[in-house]
Structure formats: C-alpha cells, structure tokens
Design a protein. Structure first.
Length: 130
C-alpha cells in the first residue's frame, strides 16, 4: 500500500513539473515579449498593404534605428484621425523577420519590411507634419 501511495505521489509531482515547463514560452519568445520600450516621434501616414488592406506607419521617425515603423496596438481606430499629424508614440519595437526565399520578396528591392511598434501610448505633438 505504501508503495502505491509513493508511486502515485511521485507521478503527480512529475506530471505537475512537466505541465509547468510546457507552459513556459521558449527563450526566443521570451526575448520578443521583453523587447525594450522606445519613444519615437514622427508623422502618421496611411499605407496600403500588398493584399490591398490599410496599415498605418510612423514616417520620418526620430529616436529609433529606422525612419519608418509599422504601428500596431489598441490605438488603431484613432490612427485614421491622426494621419498627417506629428505624434509621439511609446512601446516595444519588433524587428522584421527575413522574408522566406519562396515568398519572392527576397529578390524584390522595392518590398519594404520596416520594424513594427506595438503602441502603448500616443500623443499628438503637432497638428501637421512638416
């Protein structure tokens, strides 16, 4: 009986440990989730995606490593009202992945893959872009 109880407790502890580790994200995912926040200033512009949809970008950006960033986040409905306005945005920035070879974008120099900013806060700095 004691052997049965010990075996059962050991199996439960092992199963709990395995399920705990299974829920932790991989190290590469942890790095993306913990991207440092940056504050950038630039002009909100509307752009068309390759599938005909709309995207909003921060153009002529200052304060970062690139001149253009794709804007993402909960403020998306507001971006249409801020087109051609100079804004300051804060949030983590994710660098784009290299395009897959079969995508066809690797050989096209006019395909732009700017970094993406997950906007957490935004404020209007000027009513027009200059």
């Amino acid at each position: 009986m004691l052997r049965y109880v010990t075996s059962t407790l050991t199996a439960c502890a092992f199963a709990g440990t395995v399920s705990l580790f299974a829920q932790e994200p991989a190290p590469a995912q942890q790095e993306k989730q913990q991207a440092p926040k940056e504050t950038l200033t630039g002009c909100v512009m509307e752009a068309k995606t390759t599938d005909g949809g709309k995207a909003y970008v921060l153009n002529t950006a200052e304060g970062g490593s690139a001149k253009m960033y794709v804007l993402a986040g909960s403020s998306q409905p507001e971006w249409a009202t801020h087109v051609n306005k100079k804004v300051e945005v804060t949030g983590p920035v994710q660098q784009p992945d290299a395009p897959p070879a079969e995508d066809g974008a690797a050989g096209k120099p006019n395909v732009l893959r700017p970094p993406m900013m997950q906007v957490e806060s935004m404020k209007v700095v000027a009513e027009t872009c200059k």
